[in-house]
Design a protein around this ligand. Structure first.
Ligand SMILES: NC(=O)c1ccc[n+]([C@@H]2O[C@H](COP(=O)([O-])OP(=O)(O)OC[C@H]3O[C@@H](n4cnc5c(N)ncnc54)[C@H](OP(=O)(O)O)[C@@H]3O)[C@@H](O)[C@H]2O)c1
Length: 297
């Protein structure tokens, strides 16, 4: 069965709209600032989708562009973040993480980017860190006390809940996660493990993926490598959650060889239309949660 992420997202959107109406009755207008690099076409595309969904829900999501190539603007980013940290009308702050290709084109090395990313994201007030980018909020996840879940992690959990109806059903499940970045695979692994699943977290050096995926109840892929998951790697009882995205020609595709797998497995999420719409709505939920928390403090 193909999971309809759009339909699930629409259901969440309806409930979220009601929370926004409740906030607006108290003269609280949820607002988030998203910093996006001009060199990142995909980041700009996804931000446009987030802005549209935010508008439908009654949330203001404002894009602030900056250039990786402009040292003045990079410095200005820090100043802007501290200004918005102190602005009571702004409830959420996030920076769109660029894809690896964009990083390699704009930074001398991945290490240079990582230093920039760590320094800049950690300027965000953790209470406004709606995409869970700061070390403090990631640390809270590590000890099982999350303030916000990263939006894509929350999206994947919504899909699992849609299938199993309760997190208790995760107990004893064997889950293989492909991709272990700090914004996706790693926090997801922590959350699933804390809810009773046995998790295998794989990276680019993992050997013999097939032997791991073949016996998994759930395979979650967060890599960005088209056709990484082939028909041979899945079983008839497998559940495939595909969070990977990659632009191939004019199309966005996931990590799974969707056409050849979809009739073999129990559940599979498509790309686009699976994890993506739920990621957008999960981010909006975090913005509303931040607004509720900040205003009640
Ligand atoms: N659907 C959504 O809403 C959404 C949201 C965010 C991101 N994404 C997508 O998710 C993907 C991952 O994003 P990211 O920011 O986490 O990327 P990232 O930081 O580049 O991490 C990619 C991860 O994939 C692993 N990997 C690479 N080749 C592999 C292989 N052959 N087998 C297993 N693992 C492999 C890497 O392993 P090593 O650690 O060993 O290098 C790394 O952990 C991208 O396609 C991105 O566009 C989707």
């Amino acid at each position: 069965m193909v999971v309809n992420g759009k339909k699930l997202a629409n259901q969440v959107e309806k409930k979220l709209k009601k929370r926004v109406v409740g906030l607006k009755k108290k003269s609280i207008f949820p607002k988030c600032i998203s910093f996006v690099a001009t060199q990142d076409p995909e980041g700009n595309f996804y931000t446009k989708l987030k802005k549209e969904a935010a508008f439908r829900t009654g949330i203001l999501l404002k894009k602030v562009s900056f250039s990786f190539k402009n040292p003045k603007q990079l410095k200005g980013l820090s100043k802007l973040i501290s200004r918005f940290n102190g602005d009571k009308k702004v409830h959420g702050l996030m920076i769109q993480k660029p894809a690896k290709e964009v990083i390699l084109k704009n930074f001398k090395t991945i290490n240079h980017f990582q230093n920039f990313w760590l320094e800049t994201t950690n300027l965000i007030n953790p209470e406004k860190d709606v995409d869970c980018l700061t070390s403090q909020n990631l640390g809270r996840l590590l000890i099982g006390q999350p303030r916000f879940l990263p939006a894509t992690v929350a999206a994947i959990i919504k899909i699992i809940m849609g299938i199993f109806k309760s997190l208790e059903m995760l107990e004893g499940k064997n889950i293989v996660i492909l991709g272990s970045s700090p914004i996706l695979g790693k926090p997801l692994a922590l959350f699933l493990k804390d809810n009773g699943a046995t998790v295998t977290l794989c990276g680019s050096k993992t050997k013999d993926l097939l032997s791991l995926t073949k016996v998994a109840d759930i395979i979650v892929s967060c890599v960005g490598h088209p056709k990484l998951i082939t028909k041979e790697m899945v079983g008839s009882k497998s559940i495939i959650i595909d969070a990977g995205t990659k632009k191939v020609g004019q199309k966005i595709v996931g990590d799974a060889d969707f056409e050849n797998i979809k009739d073999k497995v129990v559940y599979i999420t498509p790309v686009p239309g699976g994890v993506g719409p739920l990621t957008v709505i999960s981010l909006l939920e975090n913005i509303v949660l931040a607004a509720e928390n900040l205003e009640s403090a």
